[in-house]
Structure formats: structure tokens, C-alpha cells
Ligand binder design. Structure first.
Ligand SMILES: *[C@@H]1O[C@H](CO)[C@@H](O)[C@H](O)[C@H]1NC(C)=O
Ligand SMILES: *[C@@H]1O[C@H](CO)[C@@H](O)[C@H](O)[C@H]1NC(C)=O
Ligand SMILES: *[C@@H]1O[C@H](CO)[C@@H](O)[C@H](O)[C@H]1NC(C)=O
Length: 352
């Protein structure tokens, strides 16, 4: 059996990149930096925290408290094929972040990952004081003794939505309003996707503005791409990569069609108790992934994509299903403890 190899993280090597490191990197051409291809393996040392010791966890994610009887789904670890990830050490992360702020920006999948990280950190230092407040669209979780702020800016499109005389306008060419909140943050993790196909009563805008024109609607995938491009231009113009680390959370997948995991009788994730075996998802990737990667590939500033789509696609068992908000069948969000803990473990490995 091959010796386990620690995963390498190219972006963390960049600043110490030198004549010394370059040959090392080239020599280890086996893809030890590919942390996103792998399998889920049973591991009784997971989950990273007990849901009952995380008092601020919102009820839509507290599947066990909401009556989910099976718990096997909480005892898995993500194992990349080429290398090993470090386990997330919450105390270590708090010490590394001392005096700093980290902000998730996006929709309820950002909320999911933010809640996961605050639970992981709190459970590492359960007696350390914290303060949870909300100011406008920003929730702020402060680990008082460490001076660490873990924040969430709820902004489902990243692009601005502005109330004007004609109604609510989704401005695909503007992040001017939202981005005021992204200044002076040390680590930014962006995400948008799930709201782009909303229509009817839950669509939170009346018009789209693009190229200085007001229109009633347009191809939603093109609108998504346009807003991402506007966001990317903001990062390229405003972010100083020597002081700020920027991540994109990636496209979090849903499970409403069992044909996509070779179980045509399944109409949703309800009753799923184990992950898809192996490393590939029969149904392939949602098209939004290619659009996102296309935008990121044209950027001039470094942005790390947490490319969590495939590893999450394999987790048809990870959603709240009927154990989330009552009356809902939720195969889009994730139970906590659960899959977003792994997104944060990968984030931690990139931050080291
Ligand atoms: C986690 O990090 C802390 C602080 O650096 C360290 O004291 C502790 O030994 C680490 N725990 C593990 C299990 O590595
Ligand atoms: C919590 O944080 C808010 C905002 O920073 C602050 O106004 C409030 O005084 C803090 N509360 C405590 C108990 O520290
Ligand atoms: C489920 O996926 C299969 C395979 O891609 C497709 O043929 C079918 O139309 C889908 N069903 C629904 C309800 O979307």
C-alpha cells in the first residue's frame, strides 16, 4: 500500500514560491493538490461536534433534534484519492485567525456553511465567550477572547437588488451596494446559484437591469454569468491578494431525482441513508459549474474555488429531507453536523 501523502495546496505555496519550491512541486506531479476527487469513507471519529452542544444552530439544519432516526450519515470523512486532508482543529484555526474576520457572502447555502464553521469553532472552545449579533443583512459571530469575527452577509445574487419607483431591480452590472460590506475583511467566501431560477411569488425582484436597460426577464443562466462577471471585476479591481484571501464556495447540488444516482424509484432524497459509493456521480455535474469555472478562469486575482459539487453530489443522504423546517421536503440544504463541515475542513486546509 502506498504511504499516505499530505495534500498540497498550491495557493498557500504561492507567497513562499521560490527556486527551492518550484522543483519540488514539479517533482510531485502525482496530483496531490486534487482534494476534490475522492470517496466518502466511514469514520467513527466524525462528526466534529455534537449538534446538542451548538445552541445557536438554526432548526432547519438540526436534523437529529427534528427526529431524524438514522445517524450513519454523520460518521463519514472525505478521503481524496491522491492524498490526505488534515482534520479541522478548531482551536488552531481560531489562533491562526486571531484578530481577523472571515465572511461568507451568499444565499442559505452560505448560511449552512457559516453555521457549520461557528459550531466547529465553538465546540473546540466551548467555555470561551462569544457574541452573536445581526446588523442589517450581516450576522456576526464574535469569539471574544480571540477577537475573531465569523460573519455572514446574506446576498442571494451577489449583484445588487435596489428598490426603485418601478419596483425591485436586480442590477446585473452592479455590486456597488453589497460590496461596501466586503471591505476590510481578511477571508471572503462567496456563493450564489440557488436563487437564479426563482420565479413567481418567491422571486425577490421585478425587473432586471443590464447594459443600462431595464427588462422584464432574460435567460437565467446568462443572468447568473453576468452577475458573476460583475462580481469578478470587483475582486480584480479591489482585492489586495497579499492581505485578503478570496474563495468561491462552489455549486452546492440538490437531490430531487433518483435517476441521477441510478435509483429511478427515488423521487427525492427522502429515506437516503448512505452516500453514493465510489468517486463519480452518475448524473454528472449541474451546468452552472462550467459557467462558474469559465468566469473564474478569466480573473486576474487569485480566487480559490472550493470545488465541492462532486463530493456533495455523492451525499444524497446528507439533506434534511423531512427533518428540516416542518412541512418541507428539503433536498437542497444540508443537515448539521454534515456535509458543510467537510467544505470547512477543505477551507481550513487551504488557509494553513
Ligand atoms: C489543535 O491545535 C491546538 C492549538 O494549536 C493544539 O494545542 C492541539 O494539540 C491541536 N490538537 C490536535 C488534536 O492536534
Ligand atoms: C455584541 O456585539 C455587538 C456588536 O459588535 C455589540 O454592540 C454588543 O455590545 C456586544 N455584546 C456583548 C455582550 O459583548
Ligand atoms: C430525472 O433524470 C432523468 C435522467 O436524466 C430524466 O430523464 C428525467 O426526466 C428526470 N426526471 C425529472 C422529474 O426531472
Amino acid at each position: 500500500m502506498a504511504m499516505p501523502v499530505q495534500c498540497t495546496f498550491f495557493s498557500s505555496l504561492l507567497h513562499s514560491f521560490s527556486v527551492f519550491l518550484l522543483p519540488l512541486l514539479l517533482a510531485s506531479a502525482a496530483d496531490e493538490s486534487d482534494v476534490f476527487t475522492g470517496t466518502w469513507v466511514p469514520d467513527q471519529s466524525y462528526p466534529l461536534y455534537d449538534p446538542y452542544t451548538c445552541p445557536f444552530l438554526q432548526s432547519e439544519f438540526t436534523c437529529q433534534k427534528n427526529g431524524r432516526p438514522d445517524q450513519i450519515y454523520t460518521h463519514y470523512r472525505w478521503q481524496p484519492l491522491a492524498c490526505d486532508l488534515l482534520r479541522l482543529n478548531g482551536t488552531d484555526l481560531l489562533e491562526r485567525l486571531r484578530g481577523k474576520s472571515i465572511m461568507f457572502v451568499g444565499d442559505s447555502l452560505s448560511l449552512n456553511q457559516w453555521q457549520s464553521l461557528t459550531c466547529i469553532l465553538h465546540s473546540a472552545v466551548p467555555t470561551s465567550s462569544y457574541n452573536l449579533t445581526r446588523v442589517g443583512d450581516v450576522s456576526i459571530f464574535t469569539f471574544t477572547e480571540y477577537g475573531v469575527k465569523v460573519m455572514l452577509h446574506r446576498s442571494v445574487y451577489l449583484a445588487d437588488v435596489v428598490r426603485e419607483d418601478i419596483g425591485r431591480v436586480l442590477k446585473l452590472d452592479s455590486v456597488e451596494g453589497n460590496s461596501k460590506l466586503w471591505k476590510n475583511i481578511d477571508v471572503l467566501i462567496f456563493n450564489t446559484w440557488h436563487w437564479w431560477y426563482r420565479s413567481g411569488a418567491t422571486q425577490p425582484w421585478d425587473y432586471i437591469e443590464v447594459d443600462n436597460k431595464i427588462i422584464k426577464d432574460m435567460d437565467r443562466m446568462k443572468a447568473f454569468e453576468r452577475a458573476l462577471t460583475t462580481w469578478a471585476a470587483w475582486v480584480d479591481t479591489n482585492v489586495d491578494p497579499t492581505t485578503v484571501k478570496v474563495f468561491f464556495q462552489g455549486i452546492s447540488p440538490s437531490h430531487y431525482n433518483g435517476s441521477l444516482w441510478n435509483e429511478p424509484s427515488a423521487k427525492s432524497c427522502i429515506g437516503q441513508k448512505t452516500p453514493v459509493a465510489g468517486s463519480t456521480y452518475p448524473g454528472g455535474l449541474p451546468p452552472a459549474v462550467a459557467v462558474l469555472k469559465g468566469v473564474l478562469s478569466k480573473m486576474t486575482k487569485p480566487v480559490t474555488l472550493l470545488d465541492i459539487t462532486t463530493l456533495s453530489l455523492l451525499r444524497k443522504d446528507g439533506h434534511p429531507s423531512i427533518y428540516g423546517l416542518s412541512g418541507w421536503k428539503d433536498c437542497s440544504h444540508w443537515c448539521l453536523p454534515g456535509v458543510p463541515d467537510t467544505w470547512n475542513q477543505i477551507l481550513y486546509n487551504f488557509l494553513l
